[in-house]
Design a protein around this ligand. Structure first.
Ligand code: SF4
Length: 330
């Protein structure tokens, strides 16, 4: 048992800076018993930096399907035949209505998510700007958007309209990216994140694990995101969807997924770590383990193209652990 090594890692992360790449790479070889011991430490880290609060995010898909990109995991790409819904951008009234419903449900943040490379027409941008202005005027919600590869000028306009935060995943490590996406490149993803930061927005940046990448590539993504100095990290585990390029990929094994969460908490000790897609499938009846591994948030309700579990089940699980559910959106 590598108790000393584990203690050293926890001590390094407790200073808030996180463990080194070399230390993170060693986690790949920890046995289950060693991981269980490690989780006592990552649970302490979560508690030290995040306390008892568990953030629950929710998303609203404001525009679905018909995307020209070919991200291998995504049911919304027009290059794959899937039964995912397709519709154009919802009108402002519908978006504002959805925001009010989210506020009534207890959310303190509302997120507008759209499919596609980016908002592709001036009218679409104007529509989202109008929706954000109205949400700011008519509710007390914080606002978040996930709109794809947006340029700096458009993001500045969104910020001026009242947008608080931008969500944009890097999807996977730079060295694995072209195996997953060929219609744009990793640098485009990074630039979109930099644009959001430059526009003065808070940023939420993560990826999807279990797409055939190595553990070293998971560490590579974590270190890249550490360099970007972002506020939150959505952790998705691939749920292979019929018709997509990755439909035959298996689900990640539960302890592998926990190892990944623990690595992220150790590399990024102070970040908000949300477990999003794949949570129910990968962790089944052991979902509470994600908090010991280091997560301090979940994506609740439904996902972009698939259904999530009953929100009451999530709240019961969080409260049973003596933790405190807090609503927001990403
Ligand atoms: S992840 Fe986004 S950009 Fe990629 S195919 Fe899906 S909707 Fe399009």
């Amino acid at each position: 048992m590598r108790k000393d090594q584990i203690k050293q890692m926890i001590d390094s992360a407790l200073d808030g800076k996180g463990i080194t790449r070399r230390q993170a790479l060693e986690l790949e070889f920890f046995s289950r018993e060693e991981l269980d011991y490690l989780f006592e430490g990552t649970n302490r880290l979560r508690d030290r930096f995040k306390g008892d609060d568990v953030k629950i995010c929710s998303i609203v898909n404001a525009k679905a399907g018909k995307c020209e990109e070919d991200c291998g995991f995504c049911a919304q790409s027009s290059q794959f035949k899937t039964d995912s819904p397709e519709y154009g951008l919802l009108d402002v009234e519908k978006i504002v209505e959805a925001a009010k419903e989210a506020e009534a449900f207890g959310s303190n943040e509302f997120s507008i998510v759209t499919s596609g490379t980016a908002l592709n027409r001036r009218e679409e941008l104007d529509q989202v700007i109008e929706a954000i202005k109205r949400i700011k005027e008519e509710t007390n919600l914080e606002t978040c958007c996930s709109l794809g590869l947006m340029n700096l000028d458009d993001l500045r306009e969104l910020k001026a309209a009242g947008l608080d935060r931008c969500h944009h995943n890097l999807e996977t490590a730079a060295s694995h990216f072209e195996k997953i996406v060929t219609t744009h490149n990793y640098e485009d993803e990074v630039q979109a994140v930099k644009n959001a930061k430059e526009a003065g927005l808070q940023v939420c940046v993560g990826g999807i694990f279990g797409m055939g990448e190595t553990f070293a590539q998971r560490v590579e993504l974590a270190i890249d995101i550490q360099d970007l100095e972002t506020q939150s990290f959505p952790v998705n585990f691939l749920k292979p969807l019929e018709g997509t390029a990755l439909e035959n990929m298996g689900l990640m094994e539960r302890y592998e997924a926990l190892r990944t969460i623990a690595m992220l908490r150790l590399v990024l000790p102070t970040i908000d770590l949300f477990v999003c897609g794949g949570r129910e499938e990968v962790f089944t009846n052991h979902q509470e383990q994600i908090f010991a591994a280091g997560a301090n948030g979940i994506l609740g309700g439904n996902y972009l193209t698939t259904k999530g579990q009953d929100p009451k089940r999530d709240i019961d699980m969080i409260e049973r652990l003596g933790l405190n559910p807090i609503y927001q959106s990403i």
